[in-house]
Ligand binder design. Sequence first.
Ligand code: PLP
Length: 435
Amino acid sequence: MTERPRPILDMNRFHGAAATEGLLARRQANAGALSVLFYREPLELVSARGAWVEAADGRRYLDFYNNVPSVGHCHPRVVAAIAEQAGRLAINSRYLSEIVETYAERLKATLPPALSAVALACSGSEANDLALRVAMAATGGTGVIVTEAAYHGNTWATTEVSPSALRTGRLGPHVRTVPAPGAFGADPGPGFAAAVAEAAAELRRAGHAPAAFLCDSIFSSDGVHADPPGFLAAAVDAARQAGALWIADEVQPGFARTGDAFWGFARHGGTPDIVTMGKPIGNGYPMAAMAARPELLEPFAASVGYFNTFGGNPAAAAAGLAVLDVIAEEGLQQNARRQGARLKAGLAALAGRGGRIAAVRGAGLFLGVAFADRPGRPAPALVGAVIEGLKARGVLAGAAGLRGGSLKLRPPLGLTEGEADLFLGALAETLDEAG
Ligand SMILES: Cc1ncc(COP(=O)(O)O)c(C=O)c1O
């Protein structure tokens, strides 16, 4: 067993008292116990464009947190595509529609050819839920292996495989966790693979034949673990030898964010059995997808009817097509690589100035900055203070990792040099202030 993670929704969270008036009071009255808000002082946002969001008090913030508006907040091309299609036809997926098939074909062109069956859905949770059920039907097993601080969604089935979602609950009896790759040093491949093999053996001993090794290809909620490229391959081999399918959860690293490749799994080589996608796929339009080898869908489809009212509607296809066009035409993968390298170099320079940055990890514009107050001891309180310090300087960022000891950075892919430098300046000042 691995350590129970700090719930991801408790990081960088508003913990203040109940409000008696204003928008916060209305939110608390409307959402009740399910209200989760960021920051010591919640932020009311009114508009956004590019890498910037604007608050109700007129203050602008550079957005280094949100991985949904990946091609830029309210990108005019995406907004126009959604509006045009919504004004023409937006209907459930049991009709033929040219734009939906065009989108499926364009999406498939970015993936390995073996993954030729695509199901469209509305959220990453739905895509992972479906992927798990497909994997279980295809393998006849029920066992699932995930990392110790993984987050894969909010449905019943995906919560059971999301250690970082649980406050008091338990993982499903069919789930085993492995430490994040960072626990295995600079060359995590062999140790991580051995942990996956051991988890698979444990599942089998407990009567749960392994069905899936489900992992976020950049391990974002585990604190961002990207390097060295290729380290994941041995773990995938170990899972497959145990009879499990490889489900690559691309909800976080997909759609060019890592700069090196369009998909996070592609940095590690090999073809997943199933790929799930969400967040940036529609730049804010609620959509998601699962791509799989077509033969894997048959046992599932033979036993369960699957239909998704909103998933794959024509307006979603329009959003998805516009996102693919913008990534290609604006050279966003290349920009992610360029600006990511600039940020990494700047962060390494800051790390060199004092002892508090313990590691800078990630690829392209998906970066994790680990903080420690003593060598080897994560400093979640410091990460919380840095997030508030950045906010005070007009920059939004978030936390990740088993104990919340890493800063998680995911600015829009069109980030400019000036914006990258602005972030680095704000972080330097924040760290100076933190002493
Ligand atoms: C890796 C990963 N998978 C799946 C999900 C679930 O996606 P959604 O919130 O769209 O249901 C998330 C959401 O944060 C995620 O980070």
